[in-house]
Design a protein around this ligand. Structure first.
Ligand SMILES: [Zn+2]
Length: 378
């Protein structure tokens, strides 16, 4: 049988049609890729909602504790954005990189769970923040990668051995930016003017630090702040504070935490208002964390280097450390570094001249590995 000429005509028409469809499909595909990029490039300012979780970062594998050069500074726009994290909320959903913290469900005492207290206070604060005309984000334990906000509060309640320990404490992250420090000060001021609330007294060695609310290593090394090691953390440029509002184990604190969550939300809101009076979201320097190198105890110090409780030559001596001991500087003041000493799971101050530059030993940060000494901020 011979094919009819009509069919031949039909086949070539089909071929042309298919080519046209393929061409049109390719055109649509190219347009779908290019157009959003063009819109993103030319529409300024961008809405705040597009910016919040968009910071692109890469792990920092250099021997410095500096932030990655891939972390771009992108000022936020629109109303202030306040990220509020009820501590341990949805902790079981943590991603694989943080899987060893999935059972970190927080403090629990007498049937009262910390996460319930945290969530209630955080939810009330979120409403208060909205009422101010600001944007509030309720953030679970899994921090959206590169979370950008004008303030990030991680809200917790504490657990003490025995009923005696009482009071609040709060802290910015290790190597805090000027913004994080000021946010912590504003919140602390708000606590201090509140009648009937007391800061957690100092239980360390030597003379008490100047701050009435001594932070713990676990607070300052909180995993949600640790953008150097993890993907699911805030942006380095997000001002952040972790708060321990009180002790579930103390009768006075427990009563207040459960009966007056609004009171705590009001204290936090007052601190935020104070902070935003002098917030500089477009000033990179204000929002950039301290950048400090890894160091070790200088080899020539055969007798060891002295670690002191504060950056003063006559302050109490905490420990003497052997030459070569690796130290993580977390703060500095004049000729002094505050260093995290892994073997002690604590920090102290060392003269910069007693140290040498070292490479990153890749040991876990505080907050990366559960610590028996604390039931908080893990
Ligand atoms: Zn906690």
């Amino acid at each position: 049988m011979h094919p009819k000429p009509v069919n031949k005509m039909s086949n070539s028409k089909h071929a042309v049609l298919i080519i046209r469809i393929v061409f049109l499909g390719a055109l649509i595909l190219v347009a779908r890729i290019l157009v959003p990029r063009l819109i993103a490039n030319f529409s300024t300012p961008r809405p705040a909602t597009q910016n919040i979780f968009s910071l692109n970062r890469e792990r920092n594998d250099t021997n410095s504790t500096a932030i990655s050069s891939k972390a771009r500074f992108e000022p936020l726009v629109g109303p202030w954005i306040v990220a509020i994290q009820p501590g341990h909320w949805k902790v079981e959903e943590l991603p694989d990189e943080l899987r060893r913290l999935r059972n970190s469900t927080g403090a629990e005492y007498g049937g009262l769970r910390e996460v319930e207290v945290n969530l209630r206070i955080a939810s009330i604060l979120a409403e208060r923040v909205k009422a101010e005309g600001w944007t509030s984000l309720l953030v679970p334990a899994t921090v959206p990668p590169g979370l950008q906000a004008d303030a990030f509060l991680s809200i917790h309640a504490d657990y003490g051995n025995g009923e005696e320990r009482e009071g609040y404490k709060l802290s910015p992250p290790f190597r805090a930016s000027p913004a994080s420090r000021r946010l912590a000060e504003s919140l602390e001021d708000s606590f201090l003017i509140e009648k009937g609330l007391s800061p957690d007294p100092w239980h360390g060695l030597g003379s008490p630090p100047k701050s009435p609310t001594p932070p713990t290593v676990n607070m300052r090394g909180y995993f949600g702040f640790n953008y150097r090691r993890f993907e699911h953390t805030m942006s380095p440029y997000t001002p952040a504070v972790l708060l321990e509002l009180g002790y579930l184990t103390n009768p006075t604190d427990r009563a207040r935490l459960t009966r007056s969550p609004e009171g705590y939300a009001d204290i936090l809101l007052r601190g935020l208002r104070q902070y935003f009076k002098d917030h500089h979201r477009r000033t990179e320097e204000f929002l950039t964390p301290l950048s400090l190198p890894w160091v070790s105890v200088a080899p020539n110090l055969i007798e060891g280097a002295l670690i002191r409780i504060s950056p003063e030559p006559n302050s109490s001596i905490l420990w003497s450390l052997e030459p070569g001991t690796i130290l993580l500087p977390v703060d500095e003041k004049g000729e002094w570094y505050e260093v995290f000493v892994r073997a002690r799971f604590a920090t102290g101050w060392i003269r910069k001249s007693d140290t040498r530059l070292a490479s990153d030993p890749r040991w876990p940060m505080p907050g990366e590995a559960p610590n028996n000494g604390s039931a908080t901020a893990q």
